[in-house]
Design a protein around this ligand. Structure first.
Ligand SMILES: C[S@@+](CC[C@H](N)C(=O)[O-])C[C@H]1O[C@@H](n2cnc3c(N)ncnc32)[C@H](O)[C@@H]1O
Length: 248
């Protein structure tokens, strides 16, 4: 029997389906064990992953430094890997040791990567503690901010903006409606925490957002934000601050 690569019954398709099912289970197990940090019961779908990774396409073929934070089982990593132009760098940060091991296998098995392999690294670490000595053109964040304390969100957003080059883009997502569900189903302090996180992120949106889309086809539907670090930052005293570029 002969198949084309696009045939849904082909061995390639079946392998892909089996792999996604295995990853789905692994994700669910880790989500039950570490609900606060994993923050979802299923990996991101294709449309969401594509939208999160699109700023890299827009930069191509320019060499880029890319940071992916909270990669999980790699649904966004899988979109980023083939889009990385030669000579670029991809740092993948994942706090969960099982996911980090899975991501290392994913990177090693990526078919068209051999000549790029040296530039892709998986760090089993919390992004708060990450030290790569580089700055980034694109940061893709998969972190579940809705589960974090306002202090942690503030620390991580501050870190993202320190790590971004001037003009660099941060993309991240939040699930639609999750705040309302929790506000009605949880305690008053929990509702207060949620509101503070939302207010903090709104401040970032007001200052830096350049785009926002809802991906209705994702399970659950998600809102994707693009934030851009300004080229020139005016500091509190009104003086122009030019940030040093650490990475080249
Ligand atoms: C909502 S899942 C997203 C997974 C994947 N990006 C996706 O879209 O399917 C969040 C991931 O962030 C990781 N994570 C949570 N806090 C982290 C932190 N502070 N630093 C790095 N990774 C973290 C979790 O282990 C989990 O894999």
């Amino acid at each position: 029997m002969s198949y084309t690569a696009a045939d849904p019954d082909s061995p390639t398709h079946s392998r892909g389906r089996a792999q996604r099912a295995t990853e789905g289970w692994a994700f669910l197990v880790e989500s039950i064990r570490n609900h606060r940090t994993v923050g979802s019961i299923a990996p991101s779908g294709k449309s969401l992953a594509n939208l999160l990774a699109d700023p890299l396409l827009e930069r191509a073929p320019r060499i880029s430094n890319v940071l992916e934070v909270g990669a999980g089982t790699g649904s966004v990593t899988r979109v980023l890997l083939p889009r990385i132009p030669r000579g670029s760098r991809l740092d993948i940060v994942e706090a969960n040791a099982h996911f980090a091991a899975h991501l290392r296998r994913l990177v090693r098995g990526c078919p068209n990567l051999p000549e790029k392999q040296e530039q892709v690294r998986v760090h089993n670490a919390y992004v708060e503690q990450l030290t790569t000595g580089h700055r980034y053109d694109v940061i893709v964040s998969g972190l579940p901010f809705a589960n974090f304390s306002p202090r942690q969100v503030e620390e991580i957003m501050g870190r993202y903006f320190d790590l971004l080059r001037p003009g660099g883009i941060l993309t991240y997502f939040s699930y639609c409606g999750s705040r309302w569900v929790r506000t009605f189903l949880t305690s008053r302090p929990e509702a207060h925490r949620q509101r503070e996180v939302k207010d903090l992120l709104t401040q970032y949106h007001n200052r830096y957002a350049i785009g926002c889309w809802t991906v209705w086809g994702n399970l659950p539907p998600a809102k994707v934000w693009y934030l851009r670090r300004p080229i020139d930052a005016v500091d509190a005293s009104g003086a122009l601050t030019v940030q040093p570029d650490l990475s080249r």
